[in-house]
Design a protein around this ligand. Structure first.
Ligand code: ZN
Length: 143
């Protein structure tokens, strides 16, 4: 899936959810059934569709919030990808690139600051791992 298709899929999923989800603040603007007003015209396709007026301010705020959420999701995916590939700005990778001299962990100083140490073993993040993943230490595997 290329980048353009990916963005279209994300936008479609978000937009579809907004149009059909009962709790959506804009669901009323996309009614399944609606009335029309022919206003003197003869053909159905000439009729005016009678749907609620859109609250422009509320809709703008909603779109802004969705944009921010999608941006956070994209950035999270990017950071996760960099961590999984070992190309995050951690000292192991930075030392390989010659940007720092010491590959040791800045947080605990007892191990090399690799992605697996950062995510699975660093003592500095024990509380976060316990709270979010239910374990304090993980043993990374290659597969
Ligand atoms: Zn550490």
């Amino acid at each position: 899936m290329n980048e353009v298709v990916s963005r279209q899929v994300v936008l479609y999923c978000v937009a579809k959810g907004l149009m059909v989800t009962d709790s959506s603040p804009v669901k009323d603007y996309y009614p399944v059934d609606f009335e029309t007003d022919l206003n003197g015209k003869l053909q159905d396709w000439e009729a005016v569709v009678l749907i609620p007026f859109i609250d422009e301010v509320a809709t703008f705020l909603l779109v802004t919030m969705i944009t921010a959420i999608v941006l956070v999701m994209v950035m999270t995916a990017l950071i996760a990808t960099l961590l999984l590939l070992g190309h995050a700005q951690l000292n192991r990778h930075l030392s390989i690139m010659g940007l720092v001299n010491d590959p040791s962990c800045n947080q605990c100083s007892v191990a090399i600051e690799s992605a697996s140490h950062f995510l699975c073993q660093c003592d500095r993040f024990i509380t976060l791992r316990q709270k979010n993943m239910g374990k304090i230490i993980f043993t990374p595997s290659r597969y």
